[in-house]
Design a protein around this ligand. Structure first.
Ligand code: COA
Length: 325
């Protein structure tokens, strides 16, 4: 009889750049207030990469911490996936740069681009590799320097984002780990949340708005709340479990109001919801692994507990992962 193979987390890591930008600091840059930002988003501060510090630099630090927790040699990693929207270079991929920096050779390494859902997408891909026997130990990283694609003159967006990286190491195991992943997209919503130009679609003008994030915040908000509620139901149904069975929600950290709305629908208390958006703001694909790492390291998330991760992002993309930690 063949045994089910699961992807089990054996290490987590997170890294935030040293520089902190508070809401009070932002009051000096754009027409905003600490009160407005806290009330509408729950954000108090965010970390910003130093000049010259790249997405890969952040990813390296997070990965090293995950390797340390797992107590494994980096060379035993046989798959590297980096979720990022802010790669160091157009190519090579940030995953290849990370592979080089960690001294790993030969294993597949590639990036996944699903904006704020990137980590859940990457986790889903890694899980397929492990379940099919293609990989035994995967390093999955979410890393971003969103400050580089932020328009610091636009108060609608610049107060919302931050930089950081999180990592997990998955290992093939007969013990339960990831139980299911669910990923979706709907490209119809392209212009509600996007960067207008890119390497192939060149900026129409020199304006900064052409090269930075643009968002119709309140429209994104409504779709996000509805979609996250649906993905949570889809995940519970697929696993034939009830809301009450969940121990933890580790949501993408975009806005505290979105997080609370999702948690309420799942009947989870604030104590069962990992929140870092107040300290980190929205770090896109890094937000879930950063929050997860924090709650694993401070002992809140315990072995054997049931953890639901969910995310929503530009595209639109959305997804979830249910795991027994
Ligand atoms: N400081 C002060 N006022 C601001 C502001 C800021 N930083 N940003 C916007 N405003 C103003 C707007 O100009 C608007 O003013 P007006 O009524 O005079 O036109 C007013 O605040 C309300 O704007 P609105 O966009 O309706 O506010 P909101 O309650 O929807 O909150 C967001 C705005 C962006 C915080 C909220 O919509 C949101 O979080 N959306 C989801 C964003 C998200 O999660 N994106 C990433 C998905 S992964």
């Amino acid at each position: 009889m063949t045994q089910t193979v699961y992807s089990r987390v054996i290490g987590t890591g997170g890294y935030l750049p040293e520089k902190i930008l508070t809401n009070i600091d932002l009051e000096k840059i754009v027409d905003t207030s600490d009160e407005w930002i806290r009330e509408r988003t729950g954000i108090e501060r965010r970390h910003i990469a130093q000049d010259g510090q790249t997405t890969c630099d952040l990813g390296v630090e997070a990965s090293k911490k995950a390797l340390e927790m797992a107590q494994i040699d980096a060379k035993s990693i046989d798959l590297i996936i980096v979720a990022t929207t802010t790669p160091d270079k157009i190519f090579p991929s940030t995953a290849c740069l990370l592979q080089q920096r960690l001294g790993i050779k030969g294993c597949p390494a590639f990036d996944v681009q699903a904006v704020c859902s990137g980590f859940v997408y990457a986790l889903s891909v890694a899980d397929q590799f492990i379940k099919t026997g293609m990989s035994k130990r995967a390093l999955v990283v979410g890393a971003e320097t969103l400050s580089r694609i932020t328009n610091w003159e636009d108060r609608n967006t610049c107060v919302l984002f931050g930089d950081g990286a999180g990592a997990v190491i998955l290992e093939a195991s007969n013990k339960a780990g990831i139980l299911s992943t669910h990923i979706h997209a709907d490209g119809e919503y392209e212009e509600l949340l996007h960067v207008p130009s890119g390497p192939s679609k060149l900026p129409k003008t020199d304006e900064i708005a052409e090269r930075t994030m643009s968002m119709k915040g309140n429209e994104v908000f409504k779709v996000a709340v509805n979609t996250l509620s649906k993905i949570a139901s889809e995940t519970l149904e697929a696993n034939q479990i009830q809301k009450e069975d969940l121990d933890w929600l580790v949501p993408h950290q975009a806005n505290l109001r979105i997080i609370n709305a999702t948690a309420r629908k799942l009947k989870l208390t604030p104590d069962q919801t990992v929140v870092t958006v107040n300290k980190h703001a929205n770090t896109s694909s890094a937000s879930i692994p950063l929050a997860f790492d924090e709650a694993v390291r401070d002992g809140r998330i315990q072995r054997g507990q049931l953890v639901l991760m969910e995310a929503f992002g530009g595209g639109f993309t959305w997804g979830s992962a249910l795991m027994k930690f």
